[in-house]
Design a protein around this ligand. Sequence first.
Ligand SMILES: Cc1ncc(COP(=O)(O)O)c(C=O)c1O
Length: 440
Amino acid sequence: MTNSPAGERRERILRAAVRDRLVDPDSAALAAFVDLDGVAASVAALHRAFPESVNVLHTFAAKANCLVPVLAELRSLGMGCEVASPGELAQALAAGFAPEQIVYDSPAKTRSDLRQALELGVAVNADNFQELARIDEILAEAPAATSESAPASRLGVRLNPQVGGGGIAEMSTATATSKFGIALEDDGNRQRLLAAYRDRPWLTWVHAHVGSQGCPLELIAQGIAKAVAFADEVNSTCGRRQVIGIDIGGGLPVNFADDETTPGFDDYVTALRTHAPALFTGEYRIVTEFGRSLLAKNGFTAACVEYTKVSGGRPIAITHAGAQVATRTVFMPTAWPLRLTAHGPDGILKRGEPVPQDIAGPCCFAGDLLAEARPLPLLAPGDIVALLDTGAYYSSTPFHYNSLPDPAVHGVRVDPDGHVRFRPLRQAETLADVLARTGH
Ligand SMILES: Cc1ncc(COP(=O)(O)O)c(C=O)c1O
């Protein structure tokens, strides 16, 4: 197996992690790593892709990696934060984001969630007409910060532009029947929405998140174009420049097949320029909410091989990474395949002849497989399997089956002289932590 520059960097990090016993068959058989230099480079690429002439707030979708030190790192790089639950809001505040850098999206905000967001001055995108009515009530009852005349929060409505779905149905949020937002093309909705904006001068933003992994750039850009056209329609119908900003969501897909970062943020901006040129005239402010495209390729997970066996002629390596950290991959392997690399106990890439083998996890169900019949150098007990591109929606999106503890997550930087430095982003859960979350 040959190694790309990104692969060499991972190998260097893994070797240092073994040396520092951050990966260890006895004390740390599973650990995750976030490459903080890589995160900074991804954020810089995002900032570069959008023209300076447009007022853009790039927020990071906390659901993709909700670790508070990761969020704090992103804040220090000039990002805002998109949250979708009270927990994520608490994480964003703990990471030091100012309320005006935070956007709150969720289809199920309670009255108290809304009240808290409005009191803080966090931006809110209403998901539906009933939520708009709740916001009316809260603004009417409210003192200064939430006064109806000038709420501190930027307030918008999430539209479903209904442009269709992408390659993964579960990630497609702009289908005709999606649960998110107000379906723009359903009978009467456009008129109802226009009236909602006309009657609420404080409704000054339009939001659309077309979908995530699996959605082609063209489809996403077409959905955003419909949101921009709707904003234009509000402003011409109201006879004033009421909508001042478009929140275009996230969704840039990630290449899980190799180390290339493609498509890039600049490809997405090109698609947006083609389909929604009005976004770049300077008339509208822009908010973005990228998650996976900023973090996925900047993280990997390392799992020790505990045992190996052969069943029905198939070699099987039983590792410590399964559904608890790779939930989507295990339950939907076709939609979420992961690249895996095989390393010796010292972290060095194994270079033997590839042999098809199953890479299994520790969970007690037969489907707990990271990969079936994957050609890799034959694994042995004590070897290490690396799960690549797991910086987003993996170790921070746990599945607590079998009461397996959440692994440690380490931040990594590599100095120009090659020296690898780690810092803890999350401690591994102890058995006491597991007992605490299981009612003890
Ligand atoms: C409203 C919203 N914004 C942003 C995102 C982040 O998407 P991605 O990680 O694909 O960029 C999501 C993902 O589910 C979302 O629902």
